[in-house]
Write a protein that binds this ligand. Structure first.
Ligand SMILES: [Zn+2]
Length: 242
């Protein structure tokens, strides 16, 4: 059980199973069923790219009734099935619905996903453990951000032009994923990062979001390109510093 699970007023944790309705796939709308299927497909695509390998990373998307569908933790992400998602309330991270499989536990990203939902109206968030995200975080050195410029792909981030200098915040890693919340809260409130749809976590990966699953997918692909380009350019300039 994640240590960062929300504690209810009665002292039980949000991940305790008793008050949660078990999932019956018959109870969900056609829209939620399609979302579950899409999230599963995306986990497979992202796994193939090395972004959610080694059981790391995660994803969430919109559930019926304003909740968030949350992938389970500690499982091979390319093998998650449509019925394996938890439903959490983004207002407080409370688990509203559990999957049939009693061995599954909700992602430790839950509080971070919920914060992005509250502060940035994100309805879908991807957590990546990509090597390119880790190496891009190194580019910050002692700063709290990396600056991306001079790339056509910048236009793939909503509201950003290819001539903009796009700042992506970088926060410090913590022993547990849920402990990133305070740092994330601060960078989301920082006006320098108002146009960012991603946060890098040093030595760890990135969180990337969008208004819906398709925008989160686009932003995830665009930001990984930006990470790779920034790292490759830094390496080239080291070898040929002109
Ligand atoms: Zn992680």
């Amino acid at each position: 059980m994640p240590e960062d699970a929300a504690i209810r007023e009665d002292g039980t944790r949000a991940t305790d199973r008793l008050p949660c309705a078990p999932l019956s796939i018959r109870d969900v709308s056609e829209t939620e069923r399609a979302t579950r299927q899409l999230l599963v497909e995306l986990l497979g695509v992202f796994y193939a790219k090395g972004w959610v390998s080694g059981t790391g990373g995660g994803i969430c998307g919109p559930a019926d009734g304003g909740g968030l569908l949350l992938a389970p933790t500690g499982v091979h992400k390319e093998r998650v099935r449509p019925n394996d998602f938890f439903t959490v309330d983004p207002a407080d991270g409370r688990v509203e619905r559990v999957p049939d499989d009693p061995d599954l536990r909700p992602s430790e990203c839950s509080q971070i996903f919920c914060l992005a939902a509250r502060e940035r109206s994100a309805r879908s968030v991807v957590h990546s453990h990509a090597l390119s995200a880790v190496l891009a975080g190194d580019l910050a050195v002692d700063a709290d951000h990396v600056a991306i410029r001079d790339l056509e792909m910048l236009k793939g981030v909503r509201g950003v032009a290819n001539r903009d200098v796009h700042l992506i915040p970088v926060i410090r890693n913590t022993p547990r994923e849920g402990e990133l919340v305070e740092q994330l809260r601060m960078v989301l409130a920082d006006p320098r990062f108002a146009s960012a749809y991603a946060v890098l976590v040093a030595d760890h990966g990135a969180y990337i979001w969008g208004d819906d699953v398709w925008e989160a997918k686009r932003h995830t692909e665009v930001y990984h390109f930006l990470f790779e380009a920034a790292v490759a350019r830094r390496d080239r300039h080291k070898e040929d510093p002109r």
